[in-house]
Design a protein around this ligand. Sequence first.
Ligand code: 0YR
Ligand code: MG
Length: 418
Amino acid sequence: MLARIREHLSRARPLRKSGTAPGPPPYSASLPMLSKKMPPDRFERMKIVAVEPFILHVPVTGQEIADSMHRLTHWGVPGVILVTDTGLRGYGYSGTHAHLPTDRLITGFIEHTAAPLLLGEDPAEIDRLWQKIYRFPPAQWVGRSGITHLGLGAVDVALWDLKAKAAGVPLWKLLNAGAPAPALEAYNTDGGWLNLSRERIVANAKRFTQEEGFRGVKLKIGKPDPAEDLERVAAVRRAIGPDVKLMVDANGKWTLETALAWSPRLRELDVYWIEEPLWYDDIPAHAELAARSEVPVALGEQLYSYYNFRDFIAAGAVRFVQPDVTRLAGVTEWRQVADLAAQHGLPVAAHVGDMMQVHLHTSLAHPACAILEYIPWIRSCFTEPATVRAGTFVPPREPGAGTTLVPDALERYAQPLR
Ligand code: 0YR
Ligand code: MG
């Protein structure tokens, strides 16, 4: 398997180095020949000729990180390479906690259920292929969220990667039809983990904001005693001063009572949002908190479908909407959610289960997005890693969705598929 992926990678077209002017789209040089020599079909459709799943496990910063619900040493990247008859390859993946048995359920879905539905198809027809997999009756019966949806998300991202590569543009340009990219602010999550000491999270927040240019940081909360959370948040606020955005994230740990009791203190510390304060599915409780607390509620990283978001938004249960292409089924469903949020005047701040590579594109292209989370764990895996300069994301230049892997990533991090 690994040898096959390596072979595909080595045959892949060389990518332009970032920093050089974007070159012509892959086909444009040959277009004048279209009517004369080449059969029109050669240009009108690409064909998917192989579907190659992969799983990467990439170490997180430090030995281990924790939030109130999870503890992990590696980020999981189960994904797929869609190989086409044109030589273009589309890369897509999901994001997990690097648990190999469940990662294999995702790649198993891709390999055994999605692949037969994709082979021979034209990857440009994204909506039709999305529906073909989503509504495939045996998949629908066991899916519509969870494993099958994560698998569909990886496929969808790979399809968008191909579409942008075929057009010769970075995905953000394809999605916003070439308008200039707006400034997209970065906030750093990777220093505020719950397993780090108070001294450590204070030092990290200072470094991010005073040396590295970040204008926002996020802290995990959800210690057994919320008073300890508040002390940590207060210490960081003192260290970074009043002008830096400070978010907190309970990852679903608190009860409504706890959140109502402590949110006035969070408000005093000028907390920008409280993320996933309560159990993920509880719409009425979030709606009540949103109505009674002055700290805006952010959520979405645990919501699998457009309909989940629709119901939270309709109930007034969320302010900062946090869709994720790796939890929703890809760019296709992410954009539906972002559009819905925009229609309701709600800001979108994507959660980055993809570790920023795809969300950088979708966020640059969407008017509801002004800010994006920064976690650098898997940057070394990509030909053009998401990059922050002076607190702002650098708009990518390579054609595609930002998902193209360097061969080294597979050599270093690939796990056996079975
Ligand atoms: C660990 N970001 C999050 C980490 C992160 C999680 O599960 O991935 O804390 O996804 O909540 O906002
Ligand atoms: Mg979160």
